[in-house]
Write a protein that binds this ligand. Structure first.
Ligand code: GDP
Ligand code: MG
Length: 388
């Protein structure tokens, strides 16, 4: 029999953000190395985290690297993204689901445009806690470090992050990766700051259960299995659930994580659910498994949308009322009609309000993030503001 997954520590989703080349990927690799030496996970080298640059440049996929590690008190899933456009897409659509973020700022360069933009995005999508890694501290001098620290605290304050209380830790991802004891200690200090400053999010455990379906498998003799990350609430064997999209209600007869049975799956967990009596083919990616009656499928909504610039892999021409792209809402991919109201058009780089009429119903609610795609590339990222 398979050993059960025992939850010994709270699980949190965090990630590195910040301007390109400030050292996000190096620091991510360094964190896994420092913790692997303490038995807190597996070392993931730089090349395994970073992706091929041309893949990011073409903007075809949403690139996101997940690494896992444990400190003494928490279990973390950590995301690192290769390019600025990936941050825009993942953060605005909520795909990154960050409970907290490590803002990486190079002490040699200070605040750069993407540093400011990621802080703004974090604020917009509700990331309430940021810890600053003042990176490349090995290469600058104290005066410069002090100056950049002041600058970062000001930036955070101007976005409502209480810049005076935010931990700013001087680190060197590169030297820690090389095994230098002083800088290894700096990465440990950064992790301590994350452990203590970013609170365990509890609010969505009490919410009604919801899991966007990522994949469906059929296990002969057992039935239909759906997989995905629990967005909110909890689920156990025996719970009744509704499958929105398949218009059916059923009972969960198995809950597993990474192939191991678990007593209860919680918001943030990656799970497989076995569903009783759901015929093969009835449930698909994009459907939502939820506590019965807790969500209502809808078609029309108003949203705040950022139209990606050409430089970010977006359109080169404006879009107008009547535009019919694909909307990626949770795991669903649905066509929608865009109405830009009085404004009529939106240029690449603009942030606009739009009304959308989807081609089919899907559970919608204010705050839900989404991406807009056209011909296989992302052209916009938005958040639902009102649902009709
Ligand atoms: P990213 O684009 O933010 O992921 O940045 P990378 O991790 O790819 O790092 C960009 C460059 O900065 C690389 O050449 C790294 O070797 C260098 N770098 C990263 N961290 C440090 C550091 O702590 N000190 C120094 N001196 N260089 C660093
Ligand atoms: Mg990188």
């Amino acid at each position: 029999p398979k050993t059960a997954y025992i939850r010994t520590k709270p699980h949190l989703n965090i990630g590195t953000m910040g301007h390109v080349d400030h050292g996000k990927t190096t620091l991510t690799a360094a964190i896994t190395k420092v913790l692997a030496e303490r038995g807190g996970g597996t070392y993931v080298p730089f090349d395994r985290i970073d992706r091929a640059p041309e893949e990011a440049a073409r903007g075809i996929t949403i690139n996101i690297a997940h690494v896992e590690y444990e400190t003494d008190t928490r279990h973390y899933a950590h995301v690192d993204m290769p390019g600025h456009a990936d941050y825009v897409k993942n953060m605005v659509t909520g795909a990154a689901q960050l409970d907290g973020a490590i803002l990486v700022v190079s002490a040699l360069d200070g605040i750069m445009p993407q540093t400011a933009e990621h802080v703004l995005l974090a604020r917009q999508v509700g990331v309430d806690h940021i810890v600053v890694a003042l990176n490349k501290a090995d290469a600058g001098d104290e005066e410069l470090n002090d100056l950049v620290e002041l600058e970062v605290r000001d930036l955070l304050s101007s976005h409502g992050y209480g810049g005076r209380s935010v931990p700013v830790v001087r680190v060197s991802g590169l030297r820690a990766l090389e095994g230098d004891p002083r800088w290894t200690a700096s990465v440990e200090a950064l992790l301590d700051a994350v452990d203590t400053y970013v609170p365990v999010p509890e609010r969505y455990l009490d919410a009604p259960f919801l899991l966007p379906v990522e994949n469906v498998l059929t296990i002969t003799g057992r039935g239909t299995v759906v997989t995905g990350a629990v967005e909110r609430g909890t689920v156990r064997v025996g719970d009744r659930v509704e499958v929105l999209g398949a218009d059916t209600e059923t009972v969960v007869t198995g809950v597993e994580t990474f192939g191991r049975p678990m007593e209860e799956a919680q918001a943030g967990d990656n799970v497989a659910l076995l569903l009783r009596g759901v015929p093969r083919g009835a449930v698909r990616r994009g459907h939502v498994v939820a506590a019965p009656g807790s969500v209502a499928p809808r078609r029309r909504f108003t949203a705040q949308v950022y139209v990606l610039s050409a430089r970010e892999g977006g359109r080169t021409t404006p879009l107008a009322t009547g535009y019919r792209p694909q909307f990626y809402l949770r795991t669903a991919d649905v066509v929608g009609d865009v109405d830009l109201g009085e404004q009529g058009v939106a240029r690449p780089g603009d942030t606009v309000t739009m009304t959308v009429e989807l081609g089919r119903e899907t559970p919608l609610e204010p705050g839900l993030g989404f991406a807009i795609r056209e011909g296989g590339r992302t052209v916009g990222a938005g958040t639902v503001t009102t649902v009709e």
